[in-house]
Design a protein around this ligand. Structure first.
Ligand code: AGP
Length: 611
């Protein structure tokens, strides 16, 4: 959370920083600010709320085109201190200005000491402590002052610092991401490569402990006092993925482009004989590891955790070994049992989620073998895991995750097949059938997207309700959880996901004609009559039913439901991919009809990089 960008070069500084902030706004949008260094000194600009507010301030002051060539900027997701202008970054102390992403855990102790020493604080933030510390140690050598200040702090940071005196930006990383962008006669520092890729494709992802100095022509990375040589990576995603391309919102675009993003997840992973799966990120482990594997631990948060629950279902059914799908945010505090050699897989769209990264590190500490299932190439989790599977779904900008979820479920299907073949749980014929089913998924999703008008009509009817229940069994339970999460995060409507059969153990008390229930009821071979009874229980209490099902069940479900959405038939393991599409669209249209900011829902941020 929080996004930072720093720039040294000869382009129009204010535009580079402002456009960079717009690209980073998915990381937080409570307040924003920038510090620009010109021959007149450092000008600080800050505002509450979204970047557009900061933009208006800049316009009022007629600053665009100002003759400066060094600057830092920040978009905030509040952790310590309310989202006010005074708490917005950059924070300044003496000649120092600083932007910071992360948390200074010992800020209260440090603040007391600094105040006793006479330093005057303006904000309630933890970050201001760091600005004062750097100022305290500054004697003309900015990198050294930053290093000394960081020796005093506990916590996490991706920070960028400038001073009135120096023609450089000093950056530092620990626990929060920081990327160097290398241009020609210009350098960038940012929380992700997204704002950098408008300018250059050459980046270095900094490591924990790095302190970097950038000027127009040079960069210098130091860790533990030693100069570091790092390989330059080339960014592959094109900037088109960062535009809405005619869609009203990024979320809508991301929902609609799932046939293409799923195709990307599959690219190069199915062997030409269609009997095997190729996963390059697993090549560096011997086949015996997977043959002998006897436990898998899947870690994720939010939507990624829902995908883990699908993964657990698949793996346990096919591989017949115990699989845990754990909330990453809980894992490391529950004294988890990890046996040496267990596969510990962190699942994350951003690859930067602090809880998931910390859980993976805990798994490693306890002897697990780390794997990642990540979308953002080179992200912190990807590097920590070193082995695993990239989603290749392209940048996901909407705060509500959509295409990452479907790619995660597809990646779990590939992995299930890969492991099932190695462990002789899947025959050649079964593998071929599954591969044919997997290859058909992009076109099935395309079919499901055609349901949009029907779903819009349902959205219109229910957009003013205040509560929803989402119910499903087996593989459809995580889909129900995901549908409920989508609705609450973008429409602010209370929604609960529940196993359908658990409803009678409590939530049934909530049912009346104001509480619609969305049933995800497609995989019901053994439980059809049970789900039908659950629907009857809702109906007899005047509850409205919206059913997501297939034509196979039209005669049983059609008469019970107030609205029936028929999704295309697909193989069971792949059904969450198709079933979630109407739920994504339902949440989107309800939020849009309520006039809400779908891509930037209140209080949320795309990457949660604090614990
Ligand atoms: C999903 O819509 C959410 N915004 C959120 O729950 C998200 O899935 C979670 O924070 C995990 O993010 P990650 O996949 O980037 O790790």
């Amino acid at each position: 959370m929080c996004g930072i960008i720093g720039y040294v070069g000869s382009k129009d500084l204010v535009s580079v920083l402002l456009n960079g902030l717009k690209r980073l706004e998915y990381r937080g949008y409570d307040s924003a600010g920038m510090a620009i260094k010109t021959n007149l000194g450092i000008t600080l600009l800050k505002s509450e709320g979204k970047i557009t507010n900061l933009e208006s301030i800049i316009k009022e002051q007629n600053l665009a085109g100002l003759d400066g060539n060094i600057g830092i900027a920040h978009t905030r997701w509040a952790t310590h201190g309310k989202p006010t202008t005074i708490n917005a970054h950059p924070h300044s102390a003496g000649s120092i200005s600083l932007v910071h992403n992360g948390i200074i855990e010992n800020y209260q102790e440090l603040r007391i000491i600094l105040e006793e020493e006479g330093f005057k604080f303006k904000s309630d933030t933890d970050s201001e402590v760091l600005a004062h510390l750097i100022n305290k140690f500054y004697n003309g050598n900015l990198p050294q002052a930053v290093e000394k200040a960081l020796n005093e702090v506990e916590g996490t940071y991706g920070a960028a610092v400038i001073s009135k005196e120096d023609n450089m930006i000093v950056g530092a990383k620990k626990g929060s991401p920081l990327i160097l962008g290398i241009g020609s006669g210009e350098h960038f520092l940012a929380s992700s490569e997204i704002p950098i890729r408008d300018h250059t494709r050459r980046i270095i992802s900094l490591k924990d402990g790095d302190i970097i100095t950038i000027t127009k022509d040079k960069y210098n990375i130091v860790s533990l006092g030693q100069r570091q040589e790092r390989e330059i990576e080339t960014i592959e995603w094109d900037t088109e993925a960062l535009e809405k391309k005619g869609y009203k919102h990024f979320m809508l675009k991301e929902i609609h482009t799932q046939p293409e993003t799923l195709t990307e997840t599959l690219r190069g992973r199915i062997e030409p004989n269609k009997k095997n799966i190729h996963l390059g990120g697993f090549d560096n482990l011997p086949g015996e590891y997977f043959e002998q594997l006897n436990r898998i631990i899947l870690l994720g948060c939010g939507t990624s955790w829902h995908a883990c629950k699908v993964g657990k279902y698949l793996f346990e059914k096919t591989l017949r070994i115990p699989v845990a799908a754990e909330y990453a945010s809980e894992f490391r505090y529950q004294n988890p049992v990890v046996n040496p050699g267990d596969m510990v897989m962190a699942v994350s769209q951003s690859g930067d989620t602090a809880d998931t990264l910390a859980a993976l590190q805990e798994g490693i500490r306890r002897g697990g073998v780390p794997f990642g299932m990540v979308n953002v190439v080179g992200s912190q989790i990807a590097r920590e895991a070193d082995k695993g599977i990239y989603l290749h779904a392209g940048p996901e900008i909407g705060v509500a995750s959509t295409k990452a979820f479907t790619s995660q479920v597809l990646a779990f299907n590939l992995l299930n097949l890969y492991l099932g073949i190695i462990r002789n749980k899947i025959s050649d014929e079964e593998a071929q059938d599954m591969i044919v089913a997997i290859e058909s998924i992009p076109s099935k999703v395309r079919e499901a997207l055609l349901l949009e008008n029907e779903i819009k009509a349902v959205a219109e009817e229910y957009c003013n309700h205040s509560n929803f229940l989402y119910l499903g069994r087996g593989l459809n339970f995580p889909v129900a959880l995901e549908g409920a999460l989508k609705l609450k995060e973008i429409s602010y409507i209370h929604a609960e996901g529940y196993p359908a059969a658990e409803m009678k153990h409590g939530p049934i008390a909530l049912i009346d004609n104001n509480m619609p229930s969305v049933f995800v009821a497609t995989e019901m071979n053994s439980s059809c009559s049970k789900i039908i009874s659950n629907m009857e229980q809702v109906r007899s209490r005047n509850g409205k039913i919206i059913a997501i099902t297939t034509e196979d069940y039209s005669s049983q479900i059609g008469p019970l439901a107030d609205h029936t959405i028929y999704v295309p038939n697909v193989q069971e393991y792949l059904s969450p991919i198709v079933n979630v599409i109407p739920l994504q669209l339902l949440a989107y249209h309800i939020a849009d009809m309520k006039g809400l900011d779908v891509d930037k829902p209140r209080n949320l941020a795309k990457s949660v990089t604090v614990e």
